[in-house]
Design a protein around this ligand. Structure first.
Ligand code: PNW
Length: 488
């Protein structure tokens, strides 16, 4: 059941945008249909023994074929907006600036956008949600090559602005540059699977590459925004931003100044890494430079000027909170967290929250409110929440899913807690929040975890050819919450 707090009624602005977020590689399927090229996630999925359930995203939820049904279902969920990503390899199959554009790819997103607008749903479009063209990875190492990658990305973005910008007014350049670089180049578990761990990856260097790749993302983002603002915004009049990941960090022992400092440093390593260059200083946080030295790239003067102020709003993805304890040993070369441990309980034994079906994710709604305040105080930029949600245990069952699965109380409690925390941050703390996209619309392909992590408010029967969709109760609860929280 939804928890409608009387004192929070109408606390969100009347034009507050809400809906669900998805990504192309996790939902579309049709991986090689209608001229689509191969992405690094297609390659990963097709490499034997890599994904947790040995699955591929070849068909995923079949959102490419079923987009009309999906838009209708979303409409029935009451959404005002939908955040999806464009697959670069559908638009430019080989990825490069001189490679041909695929008209079938343009046609698909035109159809999707028109279907949404015709239904009264506002599209929020992400240009890059991790699916780098495989060809670019092979040609020059993808994002390890800043100059070449930026040029290719700009051309792809230009094609998108030209084709869709008459109707798309909300753009997101990169989704979570930090998760892309940390999971792909530090841990080496996401595509393109590089790290210093030779048991896992034949190539890579976790002590340098994550920082190089993130630098490329920031610079490519900034040039993309410059292009949009100069060439498209005057006529198209849209907004453009980057979406940053960031979980909340709290001190393990709130009375220990070292842990208090450690929690602050953890937030700087995770969030300030991108937030400071874009919204605050045009450079990386001092704490990162102090620990990483020359392994952290330096912005040229031109880059720094371009990056600072390059995002109209703060695009924010956040899921959970960790307790953070200062490490007593000097930082290792492969450390990217700020020399801290991230723990499930604090010094008093209090848990960071109820477990989900995803190892890193626990429910902690007060943590979201703290983090919203931290971001607002540090950057003073209005926030668009672009992702937040959870998995729930016990949803891996045979179809048809029983009532106990569709009545997804864990997810319902998550959304009740987080949305009331968000509304409290707006109403009581004065944080300026403009949107909320729940992750996610339907269960989907959770990257290397395959289909094992079900984040959807819609349960999917992966065994049925039509990937039959079953609404979970949380879809209704989210709607009721927003009907209550948004001012009329
Ligand atoms: C996001 N973490 O990734 C992505 O944008 C989505 O594509 C993904 O499906 C979703 O969250 C759920 O995982 C994250 O470890 C991955 O904190 C990991 C973390 C956060 C976000």
């Amino acid at each position: 059941m939804s928890i409608l707090e009387p004192h929070l009624k109408g606390s969100l602005r009347p034009d507050f945008q809400w809906g669900y977020a998805t990504a192309a590689a996790q939902t579309e399927g049709a991986w090689n249909v209608d001229g689509k090229g191969e992405s690094i996630w297609d390659r990963l999925g097709h490499t034997p023994g890599i994904t947790k359930d040995l699955s591929t995203a070849d068909d995923a939820t079949r959102a490419y074929d079923l987009y009309k049904e999906d838009v209708a279902l979303m409409k029935s969920y009451g959404v005002r907006a939908y955040r999806f990503s464009i697959a670069w390899t559908r638009i430019v199959p080989l990825g490069g600036k001189d490679d041909p554009v695929n008209p079938k790819g343009i046609e698909f997103y035109n159809n999707l956008i028109n279907e949404l607008l015709g239904t009264g749903i506002t599209p929020f479009v992400t240009l890059f949600h991790w699916d780098t063209p495989q060809t670019l990875e092979e040609r020059y190492g993808g994002m390890l090559n800043k100059e070449k990658f930026t040029a290719d990305f700009l051309r792809y973005a230009r094609v998108c602005f030209e084709a869709f910008g008459d109707r798309v007014k909300n753009w997101i350049t990169f989704n979570e540059p930090g998760v892309y670089s940390l999971a792909g180049y530090a841990a080496g578990v996401h595509a393109p699977r590089r790290s210093s761990n030779r048991d896992l990856n034949p190539e890579g260097d976790s002590s340098t590459e994550p920082f190089i790749v993130s630098h490329t993302e920031l610079v490519a983002h900034a040039y993309c925004v410059k292009m949009y603002r100069e060439e498209f915004k005057p006529t198209q009049k849209g907004i453009i931003m980057i979406t940053l990941h960031g979980n909340n960090s709290e001190p393990w022992d709130a009375e220990d100044p070292l842990d208090v400092e450690a929690a602050q440093r953890a937030r700087e390593f995770e969030i300030g890494w991108f937030g400071d260059p874009v919204y605050k200083t045009g450079d990386y946080p001092e704490s990162m430079r102090a620990q990483l030295g020359d392994r952290l790239p330096r912005f040229t003067e031109e880059e720094s000027k371009l990056v600072l102020g390059s995002s109209d709003f703060y695009g924010m993805n956040s899921y959970t909170t960790f307790y953070v304890r200062q490490k007593k040993t000097p930082p290792e070369l492969t450390d990217h967290l700020g020399n801290v441990e991230k723990l499930d309980t604090n010094s008093k034994g209090v848990s960071r929250g109820v477990e989900s079906d995803t190892y890193w994710l626990r429910t902690c709604s007060w943590g979201l409110r703290n983090l919203l305040n931290w971001i607002w105080n540090r950057y003073q930029v209005p926030i668009f929440m672009t992702e937040n949600g959870t998995t729930a245990k016990g949803e891996h069952v045979e179809a048809p899913p029983p009532e106990t699965v569709l009545n997804d109380t864990h997810r319902i409690e998550f959304f009740n807690g987080y949305l009331n925390a968000l509304a409290s941050a707006v109403k009581e703390d004065g944080v300026d929040i403009r949107s909320y996209f729940a992750w996610t619309f339907t269960d989907n392909w959770e990257w290397q975890a395959g289909y094992t992590d079900r984040f959807g408010v819609t349960w999917i029967d992966y065994k049925s050819p039509e990937r039959k969709r079953y609404p979970k109760k949380s879809a209704t609860v989210v709607r009721e919450l927003f009907e209550h929280l948004i001012a009329k």
